[in-house]
Design a protein. Structure first.
Length: 189
């Protein structure tokens, strides 16, 4: 019987997470913290953030930065606001930062991850879904969050129209979102 190496164990976890693994996940599959340190020292893996490692045996993708932000934010985190709108590709928004939301009671004791804006909110499970293997706000929630954040009205209108046309936002939610946008007034013009 062939022994499974620590790199192979880490790779198995990283395959589902855009090439990343946390130190907690590593321990769950039997890779100790000293072993992680050894692998970093010998350049077999790369330490990106405190407790988050990149496994180079997994090919990089354009969405890796989103997964890194979610792993940094921890349990219950999801892509939100402008970032979720961009993920759904329902409008011409190009966020310069990654918006991540965590539950209100979630404590984050480490310094901020590069280019991540952290929001706190408690949302229902029905407002979350999956995109490219990552938790993300539903299109309706992403539009609502973007209305509240003051994203330009023409971007919001485009997101509602495209979301509706692609079957991602139903008629009732679209009407509610349009009403919320009208109530906001010209603040986001």
């Amino acid at each position: 019987m062939e022994a499974i190496t620590d790199i192979e164990k880490l790779r198995e976890v990283a395959l589902d997470q855009h090439g990343f693994v946390t130190s907690s996940q590593a321990e769950e599959v039997g890779v100790s913290r000293p072993s992680l340190s050894y692998l970093v020292k010998h350049e077999r893996i790369e330490r990106l953030e405190r407790g988050i490692y990149r496994i180079p045996q997994v090919n990089a993708t354009e969405n890796d930065v989103f997964q890194l932000a979610l792993l940094w934010a921890g349990d219950g985190a999801f892509l939100s606001h402008d970032t979720a709108l961009a993920a759904w590709d329902i409008c011409d928004i190009n966020p310069t930062v990654i918006h991540v939301t965590v539950p209100k009671k979630r404590r984050i004791q480490k310094q901020g991850c590069r280019n991540v804006v952290l929001h706190r909110d408690d949302v229902s499970a029905g407002d979350l879904t999956w995109w490219d293997g990552m938790r993300v706000a539903s299109p309706s929630l992403a539009v609502r969050q973007s209305i509240e954040r003051g994203v330009s009205s023409h971007i919001i209108v485009q997101a509602i129209e495209q979301g509706r046309a692609r079957g991602l936002i139903d008629k009732d939610h679209a009407a509610e979102l349009e009403t919320e946008l009208e109530a906001r007034g010209n603040a986001g013009q």
